[in-house]
Design a binder for this molecule. Structure first.
Ligand code: JD8
Length: 386
């Protein structure tokens, strides 16, 4: 993986040498370059900012230096990350996504921000992600770029001494907050280590740790316990038999596009009756989303009868007029999060020519499985549960 940083404060990235990325670079698994934006200015004062059109306080970063910098640093397939308070919220899922990229360029703004035409231009030459570290205001994008770097680099294969530790972490897939940890001495400040941790009973220790993690999460981050709302607050709830009619209608509407994309009508979802839907509502854990009373999206999951360690996911449906807003991605996250403990992998299938669906699943970490049997005209994708 290669990481490049564009900034007017290159020294901000000196820590990279010291930290994990530094070690990773030494091992050749990671390259990075830090570039002073002023090298792409041509006036005596090396000017990178000017007054805002429309007036207002502060200064705005000029487009020209950025245009030249991006032209030099961005390559085909690069992902450009603008760290900005108006970006999508950075989280572990986004860290995992960025960790799949070969080349990430961090564009770190200062002042009141970067001329918007720079971002618009960048979208024409590369994948662009505008990312915010969180809902508070920093003075520039460098700190956020460093934080994103650490969260991403530590996920790269071979970086963390024991990849196993990545599995149990907070915010990892379906993640609870950390359980309390202790080390020697047994007594400190008149305080004892919980006896269960000294018992050697690994089952009891695992149960205690899970209980502590659930209790902490419920107290501090209840939103992490089965994220059951969409970004707009619409709840994701278990379906009932009463939803069967609307589910049938939504299903027919959504699979018309599948039939068109795959040039085939022999798709079970298109041929099911109301009773068929009522039937599978009894076999699958099905979740629906309503907006203003209208059933607008749904998804179902069940343990694969032939292999109860596999969680089958299916019938991800979003009303055609609401597609492209991330509902599908949120439902895919939800149905993974609610999978029972014994599920160690997820499996789903979609049309062989359903490029948009396949992109959604691949971005969520699923991989095509040409080695697994697939219904006619479809492809199977699977994903190991972290
Ligand atoms: C980039 C300039 C400062 C922001 C006027 C203060 C990220 N989570 C985050 N908070 N703040 C940033 C961030 C702030 C930045 C820049 C990122 C470039 N500023 C500006 C707008 C208000 N000043 C961030 N990621």
């Amino acid at each position: 993986m290669r990481l490049d940083y564009l900034t007017i404060f290159p020294d901000f990235f000196a820590p990279l040498e010291l930290s994990l990325p530094g070690k990773a670079a030494a091992s050749g698994l990671l390259e990075f370059g830090v570039h002073d934006l002023r090298q792409w200015t041509h006036d005596r004062h090396r000017t990178v900012d000017d007054t805002p059109y429309g007036g207002g306080a502060g200064m705005v970063m000029k487009p020209e230096p950025w245009g030249e910098a991006l032209a030099q640093v961005v390559a085909p397939g690069s992902t450009v990350v603008f760290t900005t308070p108006s970006g999508e919220r950075f989280d572990q899922r986004l860290a995992e996504e960025l960790a799949t990229r070969e080349h990430v360029v961090f564009a770190c703004g200062r002042y009141e921000g970067i001329d918007q035409r720079v971002i618009d231009h960048a979208r024409e030459v590369a994948e662009v992600r505008e990312i915010s570290l969180g809902d508070y205001v920093l003075n520039g994008g460098e700190v956020a770029a460093l934080a994103v770097t650490e969260a991403v680099v530590r996920l790269l294969p071979g970086f963390m001494g024991n990849a196993a530790s990545l599995v149990e972490e907070s915010h990892a897939e379906g993640g609870l907050l950390e359980y309390p940890v202790y080390t020697k001495p047994r007594t400190w400040d008149g305080r004892e280590v919980p006896a269960v941790l000294l018992s050697g009973d690994h089952g009891a220790i695992a149960r205690w740790r899970r209980e502590q993690a659930v209790r902490r999460t419920a107290e501090r981050r209840p939103d992490l316990l089965h994220p059951s709302t969409l970004d707009d607050g619409s709840p994701i709830v278990r379906a009932t038999l009463g939803d069967a009619g609307e589910l049938l209608t939504l299903q027919r509407a959504c699979w018309v596009q599948e039939a068109i994309d795959n040039d085939m009508l022999a798709i079970p979802a298109l041929h099911e009756s109301l009773d068929d839907v009522r039937g599978w509502l009894g076999e699958w854990d099905t979740y629906v989303v309503r907006r203003a009373g209208r059933l607008v999206a749904a998804v179902r999951g069940r343990l694969e009868p032939a292999d109860p360690t596999t969680w089958d996911i299916g019938r991800i449906m979003v009303a055609p007029d609401l597609q492209g807003a991330g509902l599908g991605r949120t439902l895919l996250e939800h149905i993974q999060a609610v999978a029972p403990e014994q599920a160690t992998s997820y499996q789903l299938f979609t049309g062989a020519a359903s490029a948009r669906n396949q992109r959604l699943y691949k971005n969520a970490g699923f991989r095509l499985r040409s080695d697994l049997p697939a219904p006619a005209g479809t492809v199977v994708l699977s994903k190991r549960r972290r």
